[in-house]
Structure formats: C-alpha cells, structure tokens
Design a protein around this ligand. Structure first.
Ligand code: KIV
Ligand code: NA
Length: 264
C-alpha cells in the first residue's frame, strides 16, 4: 500500500499538522494535485455541477461516481482518495453497503463520504463494522438543497449549533473516521474540532479545523457565476494551474488559508 493511510491522517491530526484536501474528477488533475503535495483527493459529487453542468448534486449517479473515482485513482499514487456517495445511494444500510463496495472495488476509493446527521448514524455503524472507512458530512448538505432552500450557512442559531455538535459526536461514536464541515460559523467548527478525535475537514468553516477542502474549479476561478465567499481564486494569485494548487497546499499547511475574510 503506497497510498497515504487513515493512520497517517490520524497522526497528522494528533500532531496538529494540517490536512490539505481538494476535489478532482479526472486523472490529469489528480496527478497535478499529487505533484503539489495534496494529502487527500475528494471525488466530490460536486462533479454534477462543475463537470456535468447540473443545477445541483441531486442528479449524480453511483455509476458517475465510480467512473470519476477510477479516473482519479489512475492519475495518482500517493494521495488518500475519498469518493462521495451520491443522492439516495445510501437510503438504507444495505443499499449503502452495496454502493460503497462499488466505489471501493470498482472505483478504487479508500473512503466514502455521506451527508447527514442522526439519520445516517446506523448506516455509518454498519459500513464501519464491515471495514469501510466513512467520512461524514455536516453543516450545509448540498444533497438537501431543495429542503434547505438554498446554499445557506448552517448552525448559526444556538439550537442548531447544539444539534450539529450532538450529530458530530454521535457519528464519531458510530464509527465515522473523518468529518467534513461545510458552511458553519468558525467558532462552532472550532468547538467541534476540539471535541472530536477524528480529523475534521472544513469548507467555509474557519481555520481551526484539522484540514481544509475546496472545490478545485472554484479555487482556479473557473466556476461560472459568483464564487462562494469561503473560496479563493489561487490561479489569479499565481498565474499557472500547478502554482495555484501548490500555493493552496502551502497556505493550508501554514494555517494562512482560510483567512478572516473567508469565514463566517
Ligand atoms: O462534492 C464536493 O465537492 C464536496 C465538498 C464541497 C466537501 O462534498
Ligand atoms: Na459532495
């Protein structure tokens, strides 16, 4: 096994060494990310929007995720590869196990990621018990955008913040090995990161998380429309794709990204 392992990610977190994560969907960018020293590549279902041109991540299928995961795995050798489980591919534990197995066996992912709190805890426990590493995802859940009513910061009210904290603890106890926190106030994300022992990776969640993730095309300034406030155009800073990705990795490692203007 020449790829980075979960054990290494745990050790980095214990040593307070930041984990740099970016999304990728193909072999060329996977290679570019690895050249820049990325720790983790997330094959995000954001590919529904940035690759397929869909309005949300809802239409993405397991076949899509298997295809893109396999492409990313072929493009890299050392990075730890996490694949998203798409909308309704984990509606119950049995279905989740079957689809996670495809992402790992056919796609080559080392870990799979699911969105949600208490409702997925049992599924997380069953995946974990079968040796499938799970990354949970709390805060803004893009697969629930139609219910949330938009891409809005989550956990601002005291009760929502306490619920998120309880979900995070619950998911870690259920066996989650990593947690992504999306669009939550920096102060809440810092509290969750302190409370949990597993690596907490933030996106729009402030600089206190154990690591950071961005959507690749956002940080290259390619995504049409308004860039999310928590992102930053590293290509504009550097003028070249490889330099932009390297700058991101360096800034995450140094703790200088995200800055105050990129957090809530
Ligand atoms: O799909 C994705 O890119 C993600 C990240 C935004 C965390 O889930
Ligand atoms: Na996702």
């Amino acid at each position: 096994m020449s790829r980075l392992s979960l054990t290494t990610l745990r050790k980095m977190t214990a040593a307070q060494e930041k984990i740099a994560v970016l999304t990728a969907y193909d072999a060329s960018f996977s290679h570019a990310l690895e050249e820049a020293g990325i720790d983790v590549i997330l094959v995000g279902d954001s590919l529904g929007m940035v690759v397929q041109g869909q309005e949300s991540t809802v239409p993405v299928t397991v076949d899509d995720m298997v295809y893109h995961t396999a492409n990313v795995v072929r493009g890299s050798e050392k990075a730890f590869v996490v694949a998203d489980m798409p909308f309704m591919s984990y509606a119950n534990a049995e279905q989740a196990i079957r689809n996670a197995a495809r992402l790992m066996a056919e796609g080559g992912a080392q870990m799979i990621k699911l969105e949600g709190g208490a409702v997925i805890a049992d599924t997380v426990a069953q995946l974990s018990a079968r040796g499938i590493p799970v990354c949970a995802h709390l805060g803004l859940l893009p697969q629930s955008v139609h219910r949330l009513g938009g891409y809005i910061v989550q956990g601002r009210e005291a009760q929502a913040a306490e619920e998120l904290m309880a979900d995070a603890i619950n998911l870690q106890q259920a066996g989650a090995d990593m947690l992504v926190l999306e669009c939550v106030p920096a102060e809440l994300a810092a509290r969750v990161t302190k409370e949990l022992t597993i690596p907490v990776i933030g996106i729009g969640a402030g600089k206190e998380c154990d690591g950071q993730v961005l959507v690749l095309y956002d940080m290259l300034g390619l995504t049409p429309g308004r860039r999310p406030r928590f992102s930053h155009d590293f290509l504009a800073d550097t003028g070249a794709i490889q330099a932009a990705i390297t700058k991101y990795v360096q800034d995450v490692k140094a703790g200088t990204f995200p800055g105050p203007e990129q957090q809530f």
